[in-house]
Ligand binder design. Structure first.
Ligand code: GDP
Length: 200
């Protein structure tokens, strides 16, 4: 499950521009500011690998990173905005949906969920949309090192609450992993999980 080599492969403006080969891939998604860039950088142990998609005003792109020349981590545009009023609706552009519905080599989606805040409707909506479309999902809780959020709840309390809400939709809830890009918590577990899904 080790990452020996990572190379930036491609930025694609549309789903149909993505690399055309048979290598399996994992898509990483989540709300803006969830800690997606930090997590990808921590996974591949490189600084700033995942910075491309962050530049403000830049066209939103699908970024493929090739791992060990054999599989991809795919950085997709974030959804929602940290300070915007809570929206109950998914605001993905059609190209993000197009990617999910048409990408045959997609092994699974890592849906990043900020464990330092209470459950957010837009994350639940996203999980439900993926579930309805039969897309394999793993919840990756980020920022689990945070002791206390502004609203006074601990990450483990927020995670429990989130799982209670999810269990109303799923008979068989998706797997989940607790992570921190600060302490490295969950990194090995996540890499092992992805290698198991690849070989499944
Ligand atoms: P992105 O917009 O999803 O790519 O989020 P970033 O990776 O840029 O992180 C957003 C903010 O959260 C930054 O201020 C990070 O320093 C912080 N952050 C990201 N991951 C963690 C984490 O695991 N723990 C803590 N405490 N902060 C984090």
């Amino acid at each position: 499950a080790r990452i020996r080599e990572v190379e930036f492969a491609k930025s694609s403006p549309r789903a149909r521009d993505c690399p055309r080969d048979d290598r399996p891939e994992f898509a990483v998604i989540g709300r803006s500011n969830v800690g997606k860039s930090s997590l990808i950088n921590a996974l591949v142990r490189k600084k700033d690998v995942a910075l491309t998609s962050k530049k403000p005003g830049k066209t939103q792109l699908i970024n493929h990173f090739l791992i060990n020349k054999s599989w991809y981590i795919v950085d997709l545009p974030g959804y929602g905005f940290a300070n915007a009023p809570e929206s109950a609706r998914m605001d993905w552009s059609s190209f993000t949906k197009g990617y999910f519905l048409n990408r045959n080599t997609l092994v699974g989606v890592l849906l990043l969920v900020d464990a330092s805040v209470p459950p957010q409707q837009i994350d639940l909506d996203c999980a439900n949309w993926l579930g309805r479309n039969n897309i394999g999902l793993t919840f990756v809780f980020t920022k689990c090192d945070k002791v206390k959020s502004a609203k006074g709840r601990r990450p483990d309390e927020n995670i429990k609450h989130f799982q209670d809400l999810i269990s109303k939709y799923y008979k068989d809830p998706p797997p989940w992993i607790m992570t921190s890009s600060v302490t490295g918590l969950g990194r090995d577990e996540l890499l092992l999980h992805m290698s198991q899904l690849r070989n499944y």
